[in-house]
Design a protein around this ligand. Structure first.
Ligand code: NAP
Ligand code: MG
Length: 411
């Protein structure tokens, strides 16, 4: 067998993929993944956007908008993790200002829903032993407590909820609480439009995965707010999905959020769990950790118009990066980054009707899983893997090299 593939042997990816580079340790791993696992095998047209913090600062964050527009143009993007600046980062990078989260900007531009899925390997058992299949999470990424208004109530007084109609008709006013002393007050909202597009995205995503869709709220307590979520999901199901779901042998299941949490503990997985914003925030972290490591969770932003952006769920792994800068080797795990690329390639292949690209992505996924199942793994996984004499912790680069070896055998 030839050691390196000739250019002419490379598989051609038909249409453009938008590549969005990022920061710190994930930027380092990103380059390794491309160099060792993608470029030797694929001939790709990549439209490159550098969202590294320095570049965002230089361009007054225009580069982020450009990247989002490029995804709208080409349909498929793949993104490295990026720093969301805070006060420390302003000093560290000498920034002009505290730029907003690139993920927030891209999400707003694409009006998307974020779906997260764990990567399962046989020798990393989930903390919940019956979770033998992935539990996918769809998180509503609009409104609720993330777009709230809050008041620190200083002392006695009346807290009110008030809506003033734009057509000049009578305002609606409700008393929330008559305060006898200091306290707190919060106002949250959502819109039919956003809930509706969230519901559509979830029904579509579960249908494509051919897994049942679960949705849960607390509508016994929140008889208007949460009840509206339930109602919109039910209407969407009956109008557009009932027959399709029946034919596909899957179902839509609504229950109370506390019942859903109890049932999920007994389930074997293999479902899409649609979560309201806060539930999704909390539960996706719980699932990520229960399935082994943050580095084994992938994420995709799906827009209602059919644009897709794939990424790792984790951040830039800052602590590892500082070690790397000191010249130390790190055992950071590139799995979610690799699966972001395979996700984008599979979607590209599906849209372009090029099964050879889907096949390549499947081989790369398999090579990655087999490497870990063969005992070669990064530190985060070694800590939670089933003990075995085969197990060996390796540095990131050695791990990627081992995957490349497996992959070459499959080509
Ligand atoms: P993080 O990068 O997710 O890392 C938190 C910890 O999780 C790490 O210190 C490491 O634990 C472990 N970890 C995460 N990914 C790993 C990997 N691939 N391999 C091995 N271990 C991994 O979160 P953070 O340190 O809180 O945030 C760092 C930066 O990332 C922040 O500036 C934040 O703004 C940004 N961020 C970006 C995104 C995104 O772009 N999607 C998402 C979240 C955060 P140990 O140190 O114990 O080894
Ligand atoms: Mg969270």
């Amino acid at each position: 067998m030839k050691k390196t593939k000739e250019v002419s042997d490379k598989i051609k990816v038909k249409n453009t993929i938008v590549e969005i580079d990022g920061d710190e340790m994930t930027r380092v791993m990103w380059a390794m993944v491309k160099e060792k696992l993608l470029f030797p095998f694929l001939d790709m047209d990549l439209e490159y956007y550098d969202l590294g913090l320095k570049k965002r600062d230089e361009t007054d964050d225009k580069i982020t908008i450009d990247a989002a527009n490029a995804i709208k143009k080409h349909g498929v993007g793949v993104k490295c993790a990026t720093i969301t600046p805070n006060k420390d980062r302003i000093k560290e990078y000498n920034l002009k200002k505290e730029w907003p989260s690139p993920n927030g900007t891209i999400r707003a531009a694409l009006d998307g829903t974020v779906f997260r899925s764990p990567i399962l390997v046989q020798n990393v058992p989930p903390s919940v032993r019956n979770w033998t299949k992935p539990i996918h999470i769809g998180r509503h990424a609009y409104g609720d407590v993330y777009k709230n208004q809050e008041i620190r109530v200083p002392g006695p007084g009346k807290g009110e909820l008030r809506f003033v109609p734009a057509d000049g008709s009578q305002p609606i006013t409700l008393t929330i609480h008559e305060f006898k002393g200091p306290g707190i007050l919060q106002g949250i909202h959502n819109t039919d439009k956003s809930i509706s597009s969230f519901a559509k995205a979830c029904f579509t995503y579960a249908f494509n995965l051919k897994v049942p869709l679960w949705f849960a709220t607390k509508d016994t307590i929140s008889k208007t707010y949460d009840a509206r979520f339930r109602q919109i999901f039910q209407e969407e199901f009956e109008k557009n999905w009932k027959k399709k779901y029946e034919d596909a042998g899957i179902d839509y299941f609504f229950t109370l959020i506390d019942d859903a949490v109890a049932r999920i503990m007994k389930s074997e997985g293999g479902i899409l769990w649609a979560c309201k914003n806060y539930d999704g925030d909390v539960l996706s972290d719980m699932l990520g950790s229960a399935y082994g490591s943050l580095a084994m969770m992938t994420s995709v932003l799906v827009s209602p118009e059919g644009f897709f952006e794939y990424e790792a769920a984790h951040g830039t792994v800052q602590k590892h990066y500082y070690k790397y800068l000191k010249g130390e080797k790190t055992s950071s795990n590139p799995m979610a980054l690799i699966f972001a690329w395979t996700g984008a390639l599979k979607k590209r292949g599906e849209l372009d009707k090029t099964p050879e690209i889907v096949e390549f992505a499947n081989k790369l996924e398999k090579a990655s899983l087999e490497t870990i199942e063969g005992g070669i793994m990064t530190g985060d996984l070694l800590r939670v893997a089933t003990p075995s004499l085969k197990n060996r912790q390796v540095y990131t680069e050695e791990f990627i090299d081992a995957i490349a070896d497996h992959l070459k055998k499959k080509m």
